[in-house]
Design a binder for this molecule. Structure first.
Ligand SMILES: *Cc1c(COP(=O)(O)O)cnc(C)c1O
Length: 427
């Protein structure tokens, strides 16, 4: 019976998606091999699921919270309850969760421009921040940190890890905020564990106790059993079309942290003095709440997919980062495909099995906020969602593709097999 089912699955993969039986065979071997690691992930999923449920119970999330507000959005108890839930999940003093925050970049920008003032300095403790922050920091005449005379310094990484000596050398009287990026983003450095973030923040605070430690938490939520605020961060931000939106939140971002800092971010999002009491939820309360409920499970599926991806790509002869049995601190897997054509073909293969736009061929384009052309494959329900299976790559050396997301392991497996097949077919 089981064998028959297996054969039927193979048939679909071969007939509908033209996957070579050899790739299907390797996929099966890899699936068996990664079982022990998958069990570890399931433990983290369960822990985080209980954490989320407890937060919902504690906030008395009710049916009437799941409806909408319009206009100014005053008295939106659903929005307020979702803020409470985030506060509890992230162990923060306050939270700002809004559909008006359109992306991770936007949420991070609120934290930088909301808190920093002319003459202040920002120091990145984790090297160059994610690509889209370049203009936020250095842009000309666009309301960047530079435009407001907020200075920026960078402590380069050493062997992919924070360089404590460089951090010390770059902290001065004007340093108001330290920027820490948890995930690798589009770079080949390893992501930081919450243990590493804790050590880093302890060190930074020993140099300057009142400096604000900010963590870019994009792709990091629910990957581990704790989050940045629990290990000493003062402020932390992320995107709802990544991990914490559970693939269901239609848009949005969040900021969590110290109350006075979250208030500053809120004033920056809307207008000075408006506080957190406004912002219409429109149709988002139910979707954001439900997405939060799903997030631990979905992040678990994305992690299982990531482990599968690392293992099979390594077996196929590619350098991968991280390796399948290394500890994960984000949902991203980088695979060095080595050249532009391989990269483009792999992305086309991923797109081919997407639930949406599977007939569309992704092409490299000059996406706003990025220096190089970027190719993005997805075929997601939510535009640009990268908690859904997606493969992105800036077209630059070493032609690494960054694969992340996947609402379920089966889809990731098919996607990776299809990507491999597309590379083989193009030869
Ligand atoms: C995705 C990402 C961002 C930016 O988020 P967008 O939603 O794409 O604007 C920032 N930092 C890191 C580490 C990311 O992975």
């Amino acid at each position: 019976m089981e064998e028959e089912l297996y054969n039927n699955i193979d048939k679909i993969a071969m007939e509908y998606y033209s996957i070579n039986p050899k790739i299907i065979k390797i996929s099966k071997i890899v699936t068996e091999e990664i079982q022990p690691i998958i069990r570890d992930i399931e433990n983290i999923v369960e822990f985080n699921q209980l954490k989320v449920l407890e937060a919902m119970k504690r906030s008395f999330l009710s049916d009437y919270h799941l409806s909408d507000s319009t206009g100014y959005g005053y008295n939106d108890t659903g929005r307020e309850t979702i803020d409470e839930i985030y506060k509890t999940i992230f162990r923060a003093e306050d939270a700002l969760v809004r559909p008006q925050i359109i992306s991770g970049t936007h949420a991070i920008t609120l934290c930088l421009l909301g808190v920093l003032r002319p003459g202040d300095e920002l120091l990145s403790a984790t090297g160059t921040p994610y690509d889209t922050l370049k203009d936020v920091i250095h842009g000309d005449n666009c309301g960047s940190l530079k435009d407001f005379n907020i200075k920026y310094r960078e402590a380069d990484l050493i062997d992919g890890k924070p360089n404590y000596k460089a951090i010390k050398e770059n902290i001065n009287n004007n340093t108001k905020m330290i920027f820490i990026q948890r995930s690798r983003g589009y770079s080949l450095r390893p992501s930081l564990s919450t243990v590493e973030i804790k050590q880093l923040i302890e060190y930074i605070k020993s140099l300057k106790h009142d400096v604000i430690c900010f963590v870019d938490n994009c792709y990091g939520e629910f990957v581990d059993t704790n989050e940045p605020i629990e290990v000493g961060a003062d402020l932390c931000a992320g995107s709802l079309i990544k991990n914490p939106g559970g693939g269901i939140a239609p848009t949005g971002g969040y900021v969590v942290g110290k109350s006075e800092l979250v208030k500053l971010c809120s004033d920056r999002l809307t207008a000075p003095g408006l506080d957190k009491n406004c912002g219409p939820s429109m149709s988002s309360n139910r979707l954001i709440a439900q997405g939060t409920f799903y997030a631990p499970l979905i992040v678990g599926e994305a992690l299982k997919g990531a482990i599968f991806t690392s293992r099979i790509m390594e077996k196929m002869g590619f350098e991968v980062n991280p390796k399948y049995n290394e500890k994960r601190n984000d949902i991203v897997t980088a695979v060095m495909l080595g050249n532009k054509d391989a990269l483009i073909n792999f992305c086309k293969g991923i797109q081919k099995v997407g639930p949406v736009d599977s007939h569309v061929l992704p092409e490299p384009w000059a996406m706003p906020g990025y220096d190089h052309k970027v190719i993005m494959a997805g075929g997601s329900f939510i535009q640009g969602s990268s908690i859904e299976l997606s493969a992105d790559a800036p077209l630059r050396e070493p032609y690494a593709v960054y694969i992340q997301g996947g609402l379920n392991l089966s889809h990731v497996k098919l996607g990776i097999m299809s990507g491999l097949q597309a590379m083989i077919d193009s030869k």
